[in-house]
Design a protein around this ligand. Sequence first.
Ligand SMILES: O=P(O)(O)OC[C@H]1O[C@H](OP(=O)(O)OP(=O)(O)O)[C@H](O)[C@@H]1O
Ligand code: HPA
Ligand SMILES: [Mg+2]
Length: 178
Amino acid sequence: MRDDIEEIMFTPEQIQSKVAELGMQISDDYRDKNPLVVCVLKGASLFMADLVRNISIPIEMDFMAISSYGASTQSSGVVRIMKDLETGLENRHVIIVEDIVDTGLTLSYLRDSLLRRNASSVRIVTLFDKPSGRKIEIIPDYSGFQVPNAFIVGYGLDYSEKYRNLPFVGILKPEIYS
Ligand SMILES: O=P(O)(O)OC[C@H]1O[C@H](OP(=O)(O)OP(=O)(O)O)[C@H](O)[C@@H]1O
Ligand code: HPA
Ligand SMILES: [Mg+2]
């Protein structure tokens, strides 16, 4: 599996230290708000698990599955809800947890859809931001690392469902998908 990686971009230690920073910021900003922390499956699952352990205030967790990539490195542009939330959003402060914002299509769809359910506020935390990929303007409220225009895998990020379990994040060799 590691032979398919061209270059390691972030080590497990770099990732953990950034996740701790983000957790501290969120704990400060959401004191007494009991936010609902929403994980966007499947990519954000590893980030979610580490992030919530770095949040020191009471929170609730819920999970949503949406998909736009399928077995491709290009977004299809069509966002589908595969699993919806179980929690009502009325008067809730929602934090959407994402692994990566690339075209922005997934999050822009998701944020609008959660705001329509009368959430008090919706903010986005993403571990990775790829601004060069944007097709729609969206600026994450909390962002870990900016990444260049390359397809990255590991720490939850997949190519065709593989590589999510790598403990680091790296650039996939282009010959794997071309
Ligand atoms: O900004 P965008 O171009 O919309 O891309 C970002 C989204 O795409 C990936 O999910 P994917 O649809 O591949 O599902 P997955 O999380 O199950 O891998 C990733 O986890 C983000 O949710
Ligand atoms: O660079 C990426 N890697 C994995 N999944 C993704 N979804 C959007 N961009 C990416
Ligand atoms: Mg994916």
